[in-house]
Structures are given as structure tokens and as C-alpha cells.
Write a protein that binds this ligand. Sequence first.
Ligand code: ATP
Length: 236
Amino acid sequence: MTALLNIKALNAFYGQVQALHGLEFTLDEGSVTTLLGANGAGKTTTLRAICNMVRTTGAIEFDGAPLSSRSTENIVRLGIAHVPQGRGTFTTMTVEENLQLGAITRSKSGVAADIERMYAHFPVLKQRHTQQAGTLSGGEQQMLAVARALMLRPRLMLLDEPSFGLAPLIVRDLFKILGKINREDKVTILVVEQNAQLALEIADQAYVIETGRIVMSGRANEIADNEDVRRSYLGY
Ligand code: ATP
């Protein structure tokens, strides 16, 4: 399998504070990868580093080409969509306007069909298409944030704690849809999670990060069976 994203010796800094220390990992094209870790381990920073939103040294290659000299906007145009923690939908705009905005970097052709495709993935968004995003439930807003990111037609989608603050049933639904999007729309996914259980169920590959360093990596099912992982992240 070819690597879509290849990260080597990645360090990240907030001023004098170093948040990532020599991170190395790859994402196979078409795979789902999860990055697990406790609060403050550096998961969000890893996603921000890929999008060039934090100062880094080291190498990040997307489809064989270096990303580090590119602006965040340019990285989005290359096909990397970032769904940050806390959703970030435009709350005073309707669901449909949010989806249209997601396609802003593309040509107009196919946008209407893609919106219908998003409604097929997330029927609740169709029911609410004229409703202001700010009036949606937390789960619906998270679905809208994912759908909006997909409107870019990304090759890679970065998701930061999509389960945060959502009821367990909604989280299960959301992860099921993410698995479907990966299989049907061929989107490579990197999902950062504290809620490891579901992330490991849909993932092919997993990495565990502690204090800015990768401490474990492997197939998701092997990581799920690891005793330390079970104790620290799965709670059994
Ligand atoms: P969480 O689940 O709490 O978001 P995380 O694994 O995503 O945790 P990061 O947010 O990436 O962790 O933080 C990694 C480290 O970088 C932490 O020690 C954090 O305190 C530090 N850090 C994060 N953002 C900043 C910032 N803006 N300024 C200074 N230090 C920061």
C-alpha cells in the first residue's frame, strides 16, 4: 500500500514549549488511522502541524510532496480537510449554506449533487437543511462539520475528537458513517480520539501518543488487545 501522508522527525513548538518530539508515522492511502492519547498528549497539535497551523521542524509529505512550506489554505486546496475540535460550523447560516461554503475552493460543477450525497449520508441534515446551524443539537452540528469538510472532496480528512460531548448512541452512528465514507468515497481518515473504543473499531491502523511521542503503533485490532492500551484507554 502507498503512503498518502508520511511524517518524519516532526517537532512542534508553541513559543518555547515543545509539544511534539520526533513524531514518525504514515497513513496508507484509503485507510482509517486513529491517534490515541490522553489529554495534552499532542493529538490536536499533530493535526495542526499537518495543516501548518503551528511551528514545526521535520518533514510532512502528502502524496510524495512536502507540505511544510505551504500555507494552510494551500494545504486545504491540495485535498486535506480538517474538522477541528468544537465543530466550527457557521452558526447563523443554514445547514445548506454551510455545505455550500464547504465547496468554496472548488468549481461549481457537482456541488448540488455532492450536497445530495451528504444528505444521503446524514439524512437528519436534509430534514434540517433550512435551519440555522446554531440551533442544531451537538450531534447534528458534528455531522454538519464532517459533511462540510467532505464538500471539499478531500483525499484526507483529519478529525479532532468527533465524539466530544456527544451521547454514546450518536457517537456510534457518527463512527458508522465515517467508516462508510472511508469505504465508499475512498477518503483516507486520521481520527484523533480520547474515546478509543469506537475509533479502534473502525480503524485499520493505530498510534498511541504520550507527551508528544509515539509510544506504540500497529494494526488497530492488535492495539485494542494490548493490555496497557486496555487499561489506559479502554477502561477494562
Ligand atoms: P486534548 O485532548 O486536551 O486536546 P491533545 O492530545 O490534543 O489534548 P494538545 O492540545 O496537542 O494535546 O497539546 C499538547 C501540548 O501542547 C500540551 O502540553 C499543551 O499544554 C501544549 N499546548 C497546546 N496548545 C498550546 C498553546 N497554544 N500554547 C502553549 N502550549 C500549548
